[in-house]
Design a protein around this ligand. Structure first.
Ligand SMILES: [Zn+2]
Length: 359
């Protein structure tokens, strides 16, 4: 569906590269057509050099030492990836920078962020980018058991799918790049591919775009190719991206667009949870809009593009509603979770992720 949205195609290209992609062992008799439009192939922009369709059967791992250096990238090729979003104020600027260069990326979305900004999930998907998942609440799966790990994985898959209104890719990235053998075992049964990284922008450590650009280009120069990690919730990346993409183009790097052979199905019990969380968010939005009208129009809850939210101004205008159990912990509250709630704001009100998230 995503691919079919690309109109005016002049190049029909299906490229499957990399000896480790399971698709090679199981040829698809009817590969779906993959197109690169004229803007992406003209050479005037960074564009896309090829589309790699990935068969995720068996839950392969890609990139980095944790991924066994298993790569579908050729020398000079990069995969652009953005974690932790979507966040309207920042993700929209990222989408614009990518569109200006007619190029595509993969977004590993956090379930709670998707519930907080479902329209942004749709915008990312409608722009033709690949949407994967990054757990429900950015927990460190390396220290969780398999039950909680499964909940984090599945709640995110259901939430991002429901927010976007269509299935997502079976592409997954661990928060903090902290893997778990038990979660690995589970994602393999679900045919979910795990993406590690080759180039780390470390955009969360700085607000300086030059630092992001220097770091990415230096690592690429050393490695010659790779999966690049950025965060669409980080202002440094928002500021760096237009120049970084220019520089990638100028240096002759080529962008690969990774798409899945098959979309990811969801698990019914988590679909119900996701729908509940989205409904709670919609209710809260309605209440907030009414409160805005009644209380004040002075505080703009929609932050200026490229700037961080200003939580205090939003809080003054609309006191956060008490979080529902479905938002706090989608698979049900626990005494520990209940005890923590009073000291923490509702996730949909504040961009706490931008300061807490590392990877
Ligand atoms: Zn992350």
């Amino acid at each position: 569906m995503r691919i079919a949205k690309l109109q005016g195609c002049v190049v029909g290209l299906l490229a499957v590269a990399g000896i480790a992609i399971p698709a090679l062992a199981q040829p698809d008799p009817e590969p779906r057509p993959v197109h690169i439009d004229e803007c992406a192939s003209s050479g005037d922009h960074l564009g896309i050099s090829r589309v790699v369709e990935i068969d995720t059967k068996g839950g392969p791992h890609f990139g980095g030492s944790q991924g066994g250096h298993n790569s579908f990238l050729e020398p000079g090729e990069v995969l652009l990836t953005f974690d932790d979003g979507p966040m309207r104020s920042h993700t929209r600027a990222v989408l614009k920078a990518l569109a200006d260069q007619c190029t595509k990326a993969t977004f590993f979305m956090v379930g709670r962020m998707a519930v907080a900004a479902p329209d942004m999930v749709k915008e990312v998907a409608d722009a033709g980018h690949t949407v994967g998942s990054h757990t429900w609440s950015h927990k460190n799966l390396g220290i969780l058991g398999v039950t909680r790990g499964r909940q984090e994985v599945e709640a995110a898959v259901s939430a991002v799918s429901a927010a976007g209104g269509k299935p997502i890719s079976p592409f997954f990235r661990y928060p903090y790049l902290s893997g778990s053998k038990t979660v690995d075992a589970y994602t393999r049964t679900r045919d979910i591919a795990t993406f590690w990284i080759d180039v780390d922008s470390k955009d969360y450590t700085t607000r300086d775009p030059n630092s992001v650009i220097r770091r990415v280009m230096a690592q690429l120069e050393q490695k010659g190719k790779g999966i690049i990690l950025m965060h669409d919730i980080q202002v440094s990346t928002v500021r760096a991206l237009p120049r970084l993409l220019d520089e990638l183009h100028a240096k002759g790097y080529r962008v690969v667009h990774a798409v899945p052979k098959s979309d990811l199905s969801t698990v019914a019990e988590f679909d119900a949870i996701a729908e509940k969380a989205l409904a709670a968010k919609a209710d809260k939005t309605r209440v907030s809009k009414l409160a805005d009208r009644a209380v004040t129009w002075a505080a703009d809850p929609e932050p200026v593009e490229g700037q961080r939210h200003h939580p205090k101004s939003v809080k003054r205008a609309v006191p956060p509603a008490k979080p529902t159990s479905s938002e706090a912990l989608p698979w049900g509250t626990t005494p520990a979770a209940k005890a923590k709630k009073p000291s923490k704001p509702a996730h949909s009100e504040l961009p706490w992720q931008s300061t807490i998230f590392g990877y």
